[in-house]
Write a protein that binds this ligand. Structure first.
Ligand code: GLY
Length: 560
């Protein structure tokens, strides 16, 4: 029944966005926040209204989501931020989780060398050292303008006073109850039956946030919060120590910047694969004239699929934390290399993934993440994707501290050739090592045209993040869609292995699907109800902003 309702919802969603009935998102004059929940977007927008900048709003929104969207919003996880300052300067912050000091490349294998099912993705052993609090403090120290305590206080109030649980949220929580029980040695706050409209208050989380408000990063990585994390790790047999927490640092990175048909695209670099793969795929399709290819037609799906296949094969082989392994970024996004990778593409039949390996270069998340996009009244833009990995991360709720720890260790390759929860393969480049950061698909992205800000975009969706961002860029740039129209469009995804095109059911016509099958493509609509939840902002030609808040979730745009 639940599945039937979901299918009906998707059918209505896509039926609502035909050209004749163009959907338009929230339009504002100056500033906007689009995130997974209206409460968090409102918190961010209120900070902007008080005179705060996009970086202040980032901190407030991140913490707001940690309260109101515990499935993915977090202080026990990590993420990435790409920014474009009002003066055109861009940059990126990596606050991805790290493997604990006593981690080991074989830590998820049994005595026969086989992967122990679920150990890297569920429970106390699946967590990396969290990076989100270090991330927001780093952002504050470099770019914050309002008093730090003012940025944290709205989340504290929301946690203490509570908020109404939505229908989707109640379903999500109820669907996870047995795993909450299994992952913890006490009855956690979330472990009860939920219904729409229930009030969710989180006093322990409010107190944790107060410690962060008063002590900054020490409010999390030292003192009472750190003690609570480490004590519960010990109780459950985990390996995160005080030393792990104290040593964690967020790192400013040089983002991936490239040109696509005169648009400047800035996206996240390693340990997020998003920027490199986005560059590879867009560069692969750049030579084609999209005015001759209908949106979501057989040819469109074919072209993107073949480019995605080749890029994800490279991802599996080459990509890993570049502080540990040599990632040949320049070679992987070099135009000559990319055009050579597409040489064997044919419109006449599907390439088989088994015939595609990584190219030769010189040198060498349920998928629950969340993304928010912010543009402030000063012209600063931030694009932030943050996660616990799968829904509610490890399902371990730190006793006495009220927040979930991530299960990000599953984004490492536990054993080369064995897929993770997203079916993604990895090589030794993404093997576990102490203090290494696991490979991510997160793709927070900013698009500019003629030196001006055009679009801020990103999404959750595990391995499908990259291809959802890709399709939204093409929707706007090649098909002239508005932001909400673009976000609503049906999406598809190919990731080399498994060799199939994942499609949102009822989003694609039967002739297109029949054509693709004739060409040799395997289609997967089942178990693929939605792909991503894109939250994006488009700067319109008149300078106003249009929000695209994904109706697949409870996402909302708020601004002024
Ligand atoms: N945990 C999903 C990702 O980082 O890609």
């Amino acid at each position: 029944m639940k599945k039937l309702l979901s299918l009906l919802f998707i059918a209505i969603l896509f039926a609502n966005c035909t050209k004749e009935d163009k959907v338009v998102g929230l339009i504002t004059d100056k500033a906007m926040v689009v995130s997974a929940r209206v409460e968090a977007s409102q918190i961010g927008s209120d900070i902007l209204k008080k005179g705060g900048n996009a970086y202040d709003a980032m901190i407030a929104t991140q913490l707001g989501l940690a309260v109101v969207y515990p499935v993915a919003g977090n202080i026990g996880g990590g993420g990435f931020m790409v920014f474009r300052h009002h003066d055109g300067k861009s940059g990126a912050l990596d606050f991805r989780e790290k493997a604990p000091l006593s981690s080991d490349k074989d830590m998820y294998l049994d005595e026969k060398g086989e992967v122990i099912p679920g150990k890297s993705s569920f429970g106390v052993h699946s967590s990396g050292v969290p990076g989100s609090v270090a991330g927001i403090v780093e952002v504050y120290e470099k770019y914050g303008s309002l008093p730090f305590k003012d940025l944290v206080q709205p989340a504290i109030d929301l946690a203490r006073n509570g908020f109404k649980v939505t229908k989707k949220q109640a379903n999500s929580l109820n669907g996870t109850l047995s795993r909450f029980k299994k992952a913890n040695n006490y009855q956690i706050l979330f472990d009860r039956e939920w219904k729409e409209g229930d009030l969710l208050q989180q006093e322990e989380l409010a107190q944790t946030l107060e410690r962060i408000r008063d002590n900054g990063r020490d409010g999390f990585y030292k003192g009472k919060t750190a003690d609570l994390i480490v004590d519960y790790q010990k109780e459950l047999g985990g390996i995160i120590t005080h030393q792990d927490l104290e040593k964690y640092k967020a790192i400013w990175r040089k983002p991936i910047v490239f040109d696509y048909k005169g648009y400047k695209i800035t996206s996240m670099t390693m340990p997020a694969s998003g920027g490199i793969c986005l560059a590879q795929i867009l560069k692969s399709v750049e030579p084609y004239d999209f005015s001759k290819i209908d949106h979501n037609s057989t040819k469109y799906i074919q072209l993107l699929t073949e480019a995605e296949r080749r890029s994800y094969a490279d991802r599996a082989h080459y990509l890993g934390d570049m502080d540990f392994v040599n990632v040949p970024i320049d070679s992987l996004i070099a135009p000559k290399y990319i055009s050579e990778r597409m040489l064997d593409f044919s419109w006449d039949k599907a390439t088989k993934s088994s015939d595609v390996s990584h190219g030769k270069v010189l040198g060498y998340e349920s998928d629950e993440t969340t993304h928010y996009s912010i543009i402030d009244q000063f012209g600063n833009a931030v694009s932030v994707t943050t996660t616990l990995n799968t829904g509610y991360g490890s399902k371990v709720l730190v006793k006495g501290a009220g927040f979930f720890l991530n299960n990000e260790m599953d984004d490492f390759s536990a054993k080369p050739g064995v897929p993770n929860v997203y079916g993604l393969l990895g090589s030794t480049a993404n093997a576990i090592a102490p203090e290494k950061r696991m490979l991510s698909s997160m793709t927070p992205t900013i698009v500019e045209k003629d030196g001006k800000l055009k679009m801020v975009v990103g999404t959750p969706g595990g391995s499908t993040i990259i291809t959802s961002v890709l399709q939204n860029i093409l929707n706007v740039v090649e098909y002239d869609m508005g932001m909400q129209e673009s976000v609503n469009k049906a999406r598809f995804h190919h990731q080399w292995m498994p060799d199939n095109i994942r499609m949102e059911p009822n989003g694609f016509d039967s002739i297109t699907k029949a054509n693709l099958k004739t060409l040799g493509y395997e289609l997967l609509e089942r178990n693929s109800l939605i792909i991503g939840r894109v939250d994006a902002i488009l700067v319109l030609p008149n300078g106003k902003l249009e929000g695209g808040a994904d109706p697949r979730g409870d996402d909302a745009a708020v601004g002024f």
